[in-house]
Design a protein around this ligand. Structure first.
Ligand code: TRP
Length: 449
C-alpha cells in the first residue's frame, strides 16, 4: 500500500474534536439556527432538530469519520480506494468545497469589516452600501482568505489543530458572555419567548425538512469534510465518541447563539429579520444602545470571525488534501492553489451583491420553486440544497451497500476490540433510514414532494 508521507496527523484527541467542532460551528450556527428556530415554532423546532440530529446527523457523521480513518485519504482518494467507480462522488465534494468557500469567504470578510468597524461604532456602517460596493468587501474577503490559508499552510497538528485549540475555547467563552449580557437586559423576556416558546402547530413537513437541511450544513456533512478530518486520526481514537461529541458541541453553540441574539433584539424593540440583515444590520444597532456596547460588539464580531475561520479552514483542507494525496503536490503549493481558486470564485460572489446583481447564473424555474439567482445565491443554493444532500445520500448508499456496514463496523470497533453496542441500529440507519430521509430533503428542495 502506498503510504503518503508528510500528510500529517492530529497531535491529540482533544485537538481533533475541537478542530472538527470548529468546522461544524460556523455562520450556520450563529445566524441561521436561531432565526430558523424563532420562525418555526421555537422549542418545537429545536426538538425536531435534535431528533433529526440523532437519527441522521450522527449517523452520517460516524460514517464519514469511519471512511476517513479507514482509508487515511482525502475525499476523492477515500472513495476511489474502496471502489474506483465511486471516485467522482469524492470529486464532487472537492468541487463543493470551492463553491461553499466562494461565498463563505465573502461573509467572513464582512465580519472582519464589522470587527474593525465596531471600535468606531459598528452601527455607523451602512450594511447595504458596504456590501454593494465593488472594492472594499473584496479586500476584506482577501484578508479572510489569507488568514484561512496561513492556518492551513501550517498543516494539521501545527496549524489547524493549534488554531482551533485557541479559537474554540475563546469562542465558547465569548458566546456565553454575550448570551448572559443579552438575557439580563431589561425586556429580554420577549425575545426568550419568541425564541423558545414551543409552538407545535408550526411543525409541518416543510419545517421538518428545513430542520434536516440545517443539520446537514451545520455539521459540515455531505462533501467529505469529515472524511478528510477523520483521515488524520490514528486507529486508537474513538469514532463513536467523536460522532456524538461534535454534534453536541455544535448544537450547544447554535442554541447559545439564539440566547445571545433574540433577547437583545427584542429588548430594543427591533424586528428579528433573518439572514445577514440580522447579524450585520440589526445587531450593531442593538450594541449601540448597550452600555459598553463597543466592547460587546468587538467581542461578538471576533466570535463570528473565529467561528467562520475554523469552518473555512476545514473547507480549504478538503481541497488541500485532495491536491496533496491525489496530485502529490506539497502542502504549501496545494493550499495556495486552493485559496487562489477560491478567491477567484469569491470575486463574482461579492460583486453579485452590487455590480453583478442582475447577472443570473441560475434562471428562474418556477415549477421547481427555483428563483433566478446571482453568483452568491446560486453557489449557496447549489451546495446546500443540491450537492450536500446528494453527497450525504450517496455516502450512506456507499457505506451501507457498497463498502458494507460490516466492514465499517470492523473499522469502528478496531476489529472487534472496541465495543459498539449501537452497531446494529447504526447499520439500519445508514442503509435505510438516513438515505430515505435525505432523499426527501432533496426532493422537497425542488418542490417534487
Ligand atoms: N458547518 C459550517 C457552518 O455551520 C459550514 C461548513 C464548514 C460546511 N464545512 C462544511 C458546510 C462542509 C457544509 C459542508 O457554518
Amino acid at each position: 500500500m502506498k503510504e503518503i508521507v508528510g500528510r500529517g496527523k492530529w497531535a491529540s484527541k482533544a485537538g481533533f474534536v475541537l478542530a472538527a467542532a470548529g468546522s461544524a460551528v460556523g455562520l450556520g450556527n450563529l445566524w441561521k439556527f436561531p432565526y430558523m428556530a424563532g420562525e418555526n415554532g421555537g422549542a418545537a423546532f429545536v426538538f425536531v432538530y435534535l431528533l433529526l440530529l440523532g437519527l441522521i446527523g450522527m449517523t452520517v457523521m460516524l460514517a464519514e469519520l469511519t471512511v476517513g480513518r479507514h482509508t487515511q485519504l482525502d475525499a476523492l482518494g477515500a472513495y476511489k480506494k474502496l471502489s474506483a467507480k465511486w471516485a467522482w462522488v469524492g470529486g464532487m465534494g472537492v468541487l463543493c468545497a470551492f463553491l461553499i468557500m466562494a461565498f463563505y469567504t465573502v461573509v467572513g470578510g464582512w465580519a472582519i469589516k464589522y470587527f474593525f468597524g465596531s471600535f468606531a461604532g459598528a452601527a455607523n456602517i451602512d450594511f447595504g452600501a458596504f456590501i454593494t460596493a465593488p472594492m472594499e468587501p473584496l479586500i476584506y474577503t482577501l484578508v479572510f482568505c489569507v488568514l484561512t490559508w496561513v492556518i492551513v499552510f501550517y498543516g494539521i497538528g501545527g496549524g489547524i489543530e493549534k488554531a482551533s485549540k485557541i479559537m474554540m475555547p475563546l469562542l465558547f467563552i465569548f458566546i456565553i458572555i454575550i448570551a448572559v449580557r443579552s438575557c439580563t437586559l431589561p425586556g429580554a423576556g420577549a425575545g426568550l419567548d419568541y425564541y423558545l416558546n414551543p409552538d407545535f402547530s408550526k411543525i409541518n413537513g416543510e419545517v421538518i425538512l428545513a430542520a434536516m437541511g440545517q443539520v446537514f450544513f451545520s455539521l459540515s456533512l455531505g462533501m467529505g469534510c469529515m472524511i478528510t478530518y477523520g483521515s488524520y486520526l490514528d486507529r486508537d481514537s474513538s469514532l463513536t465518541q467523536s460522532a456524538w461529541m461534535i454534534p453536541a458541541l455544535d448544537t450547544t453553540i447554535a442554541f447559545l447563539a439564539g440566547l445571545a441574539i433574540f433577547p437583545a433584539v427584542f429588548a430594543f424593540g427591533m424586528q428579528p429579520d433573518g439572514g445577514p440583515g440580522l447579524m450585520f444590520g440589526i445587531l450593531p444597532q442593538v450594541f449601540d444602545k448597550i452600555p459598553a456596547g463597543t466592547f460587546f460588539a468587538a467581542i461578538f464580531f471576533l466570535l463570528v470571525i473565529f467561528a467562520a475561520l475554523t469552518s473555512a479552514i476545514s473547507l480549504l483542507e478538503v481541497v488541500t488534501a485532495y491536491f496533496v494525496d491525489e496530485k502529490s503536490v506539497k502542502r504549501s503549493v496545494a493550499s495556495v492553489i486552493g485559496i487562489m481558486g477560491i478567491f477567484i470564485l469569491a470575486i463574482p460572489c461579492s460583486l453579485s451583491m452590487g455590480a453583478l446583481a442582475n447577472v443570473h447564473v441560475i434562471p428562474e424555474i418556477a415549477a421547481m420553486n427555483i428563483p433566478a439567482m446571482g453568483f452568491f445565491d446560486s453557489f449557496d443554493f447549489l451546495t446546500s440544497k443540491v450537492m450536500l444532500p446528494l453527497g450525504g445520500l450517496l455516502l450512506c448508499i456507499f457505506v451501507g451497500w457498497v463498502w458494507g456496514t460490516d466492514k465499517a463496523i470492523d473499522e469502528i470497533t478496531e476489529g472487534g476490540g472496541k465495543s459498539f453496542p449501537l452497531g446494529g441500529i447504526w447499520s439500519i440507519l445508514v442503509k435505510y433510514i438516513a438515505p430515505v430521509a435525505i432523499l426527501m430533503v432533496f426532493l422537497s428542495g425542488f418542490g417534487v414532494i
